[in-house]
Design a protein around this ligand. Sequence first.
Ligand SMILES: Nc1ncnc2c1ncn2[C@@H]1O[C@H](COP(=O)(O)OP(=O)(O)OP(=O)(O)O)[C@@H](O)[C@H]1O
Ligand SMILES: [Mg+2]
Length: 321
Amino acid sequence: MHELLHISNLNLTFETHDGPVHVLHGVDLSVGAGERVALVGESGSGKSVTARAIMGLLPDRRVRIAGRIGFEGADILREPPARTKARRGRDITMIFQDPMAALNPVFKIRQQFTAVLDRVDRRLTGQEAEEHMRAALRDVSIVDPGRVLDSYSFQLSGGLNQRVMIAMALASRPKLLIADEPGTALDVTVQQQTLNIMGNLSQAYGTAILFISHNLGVVRKFADRVCVMYAGRIVESAPTDALFADPRHPYTRALLASVPRLSSDRLPEPIEGSVPDLSKLAEGCPFRPRCQLSRPECDAPVPMRRDAGRSVACIHEASAA
Ligand SMILES: Nc1ncnc2c1ncn2[C@@H]1O[C@H](COP(=O)(O)OP(=O)(O)OP(=O)(O)O)[C@@H](O)[C@H]1O
Ligand SMILES: [Mg+2]
């Protein structure tokens, strides 16, 4: 599998009225062609900011960014903005948590979908575009594409809108689809159906997926590999089965332990403490204030230990080897 996206040592700071907020601290993240990688972690850990950086969707003036975001040999942070813009919506596309909010209520689905197709291929005739849209909607199991194209988003159910979003996001046969908590605004059954559709189609097209989710049950079924993010760093990355069978970072263990199990009548323990204030975070392991294993050495920068397709940033792992 060749590497499609390769982020190395990504650092990102927002300039706010209250001073700089250092949000990403040396993020390393790769996605292979056709691979499904899940990015998990608590609210505020930097998942969406990472996604927006890949898309080139962060405001220039208020953001300082360093490191490298490599995509098929190009460096997204150093190329002309026009090139990033041209890639967006064609080679890299994105779907969001709430399909209602992402679609424009003022235009019918047909107009919005046509605008998407225009970005991909301007030479399509009206008739060709219509056929393309109908086929794409049938691909996401919409049985009456004509009616859906004639509708406004607010006339459709959340599940239908989500399918429309998936059809639009995959219309260009992108190399990478970023799905930021897709469907968490929908009920669980509908969410599962739309994820299945997205998974099957992306497999058929060879589209890689960077899948951002809070739901570890979904991640386990969906992803080939999982990257665990905490306070703006990737603290552990492993193939999905290995991560669930043998989580190595104390934060990953705590995260897995906090998932409710149907077989248990006890509620799981939440992870004690809260995500640290990113503007005040010093060197060292970000999880140490909440970690039962923390030692004075955890105040020093933690090297990433890599072995057999896994990586983990914890001194206990390093000393255990
Ligand atoms: N425009 C901005 N200006 C200042 N800080 C920001 C901005 N956007 C995001 N942040 C901060 O960056 C951090 C990471 O935010 P991000 O949205 O990436 O988290 P997340 O992991 O996606 O969380 P969630 O699971 O809640 O979606 C947060 O502390 C957030 O407050
Ligand atoms: Mg987010």
